[in-house]
Write a protein that binds this ligand. Structure first.
Ligand code: TYM
Length: 336
């Protein structure tokens, strides 16, 4: 039966902590999809080398992210660490030759991250790795013949590139080899920063912009309390207030959502009531994951070993794809 299931693949960078944007935009979906699909999820440490980083932190954050994913409900057998499957980077090299420089040059993430680097230092070092980043992402996706990729809206352009690469590959080598992966979205495709609702929630903006779902209760409450609401919009609901309503709904507080929305429509909403309800909802949402994370950390060694084992199991299908791809593109396999 399980062979008939469609393949789902998605990945996350080991940035340190899973924030609410990651969780509501993607990971919650990853967890739910495990019932009905063949799911493969990765912690992509090679991607995190593309921006300035410290070697020691990267290794620690890679494990931390993997263990946090387990605490969110990802099954260990579905989880891999990218660097433990070197076939991803080998396929990346091959796929890079099926993607034009001009196409890569259109990627907005490269432009955004370059300007982020240059903001703090106009002579900042911008790596070739950052430019090549989306090709490695295409390799992550195509190597498992993913049918579906659960992501937030910020990753859509990268997924389109993966589809284009798959199409070019199939066309150039005259073989329907790679599938064309489709995105899967949650209801919360873009969670906004609490401190600046003009931007998406992201760790790279700094501490006050994101909610760490494993953070302590007092911190979560404090962050929600200081969330920016109105930013002077003249009409309708402001992005900051809409974001708080979205978070309320996502945390399952449906009755509160209805009654506070009623207040809003009657010009009777007190932002403090909205913030209290959101903070309460988020604390309740995060609590079980935080407790599970504490348990996992207690048996850290055992869980790390399970992830190493699952990475080596998952590697078998990556090896098969790479062998077939080399055959198709004219590169030697060991037995040739
Ligand atoms: P990353 O690590 O930035 O984010 C992981 C997932 O979280 C989603 N996300 C959000 N969703 C809604 N609102 C937000 N504020 C928000 N912030 C993050 C992202 O869309 C993503 O789904 N390039 C990828 C990692 C990657 C990947 C892949 C993803 C590498 N290879 C293959 C899918 C398939 C990234 O940096 O995601």
């Amino acid at each position: 039966m399980s062979d008939q299931k469609k393949n789902v693949l998605s990945c996350i960078q080991p940035t340190g902590d899973i924030h609410l944007g990651n969780y509501l935009g993607a990971i919650k979906n990853w967890v739910d999809l495990q019932e009905d699909y063949n799911c493969t999820y990765g912690v992509v440490d090679y991607h995190s080398m593309t921006m300035p980083y410290k070697a020691k932190n990267l290794r620690e954050n890679t494990w931390k992210m993997a263990l946090q994913l387990l605490a969110c409900g990802i099954q260990p057998e579905n989880l891999f660490i990218q660097s433990l499957i070197p076939e991803h980077s080998e396929l990346c090299w091959i796929l890079g030759n099926l993607c034009s420089f001009g196409r890569l040059n259109l990627m907005t993430q490269f432009k955004d991250k370059t300007s982020q680097l240059k903001e703090s230092d106009k002579d900042a070092f911008v790596s070739g790795g950052l430019f090549y980043y989306p090709v490695l992402q295409a390799a992550d996706i195509l190597i498992y013949h993913a049918d579906f990729v659960p992501i937030g809206k910020d990753q859509v352009q990268h997924l389109e590139l993966s589809r284009d690469i798959a199409q070019r590959f199939n066309h150039q080598f005259d073989k329907e080899y790679f599938t064309h992966p489709e995105p899967l979205f949650t209801k919360n495709t873009k969670i906004l920063s609490l401190a600046n609702p003009a931007k998406k929630m992201s760790k790279s903006l700094g501490e006050k912009h994101y909610v760490n779902i494993f953070g302590d209760e007092a911190r979560i409450r404090k962050q929600v309390k200081s969330a920016v609401t109105d930013t002077g919009e003249s009409e309708g609901i402001s992005p900051g207030v809409q974001n708080l309503f979205d978070l309320l709904l996502a945390s399952g507080k449906i009755d509160d959502h209805t009654s506070l929305m009623n207040d809003f429509n009657n010009d009777a909403l007190r932002y403090s009531d909205l913030k209290n309800a959101v903070a309460e909802g988020l604390v309740v949402l995060c609590k079980p994951m935080k407790e599970r994370y504490d348990e996992i950390n207690f048996n850290k060694k055992e869980f790390k070993n399970r992830i190493k084992d699952s990475s080596s199991d998952i590697r078998k299908s990556a090896k098969k794809t790479l062998r077939e791809v080399k055959e198709i593109v004219g590169i030697l396999n060991p037995k040739d």
